[in-house]
Design a protein around this ligand. Structure first.
Ligand code: ZN
Ligand code: ZN
Length: 199
């Protein structure tokens, strides 16, 4: 039998990104799956609040995603994970973004940086391919990519589609260079679409 990589079970309650204090306050939940750096949750939380205007709360919901593991591909299928995140989210959750270090795929692609329920509640990203083994990388670079992909996937849950503008955060990226090239901002067009959604 092939051995399955086991995701770390001791999840870090990274409270540094928590700004949601009222339990009845609708918020966007940042949900680390496995060990995710506390600093990342904090950075992501700040950016989410500035773009979408919602408080954030860091809350690990899933520690084990072996149900989504594909033996042949040695990767995790993101779609069922999204469903589980949405199903297990607490009542005050408006949107939820899962963050994992494990490699994700959807059947038609070799890998994905993330996936989202378009106009729905849940989305997730993987940090796995946001590291480039060729570079001696500075953490800030990786963190920048993570923040961009988080905002991108959350954008989809607010009904934003992919944008042709290569500098827009909603631009679809095939390679890490594309991620580095795009800004961490919505273009004017996407910003208007989001403002409409937030009304
Ligand atoms: Zn996308
Ligand atoms: Zn755009």
């Amino acid at each position: 039998m092939k051995k399955m990589p086991v995701p770390p079970s001791n999840t870090l309650p990274c409270s540094s990104g928590s700004t949601c204090t009222d339990k009845n306050d609708l918020c966007i939940i940042i949900s680390p799956i496995g060990e995710i750096d506390q600093d990342i949750c904090g950075l992501v939380g700040k950016k989410i609040q500035s773009v979408f205007g919602y408080h954030t709360m860091t809350l690990p919901i899933l520690s084990d995603i072996s149900f989504a593991y594909d033996e042949n591909r040695k990767q995790y299928h993101s779609t069922p994970i999204l469903q589980k995140l949405a199903d297990n989210a607490p009542a005050n959750c408006f949107k939820i973004i899962g963050i994992t270090g494990l490699d994700l795929f959807i059947p038609i692609l070799t890998h994905v940086y993330g996936e989202a329920q378009l106009g729905g509640k849940a989305c997730m990203i993987s940090t796995y391919r946001l590291h480039d083994s060729q570079e001696t990388e500075i953490y800030s670079k990786i963190n920048e990519r993570i923040v961009k992909e988080v905002i991108h996937e959350l954008g989809h849950t607010f009904n934003l589609r992919h944008c042709d503008s290569s500098s827009c955060i909603m631009h679809y990226c095939r390679a890490i260079q594309d991620v580095d090239m795009k800004s961490d901002q919505l273009c004017r067009y996407c910003a208007i679409m989001l403002a409409d959604e937030l009304k």
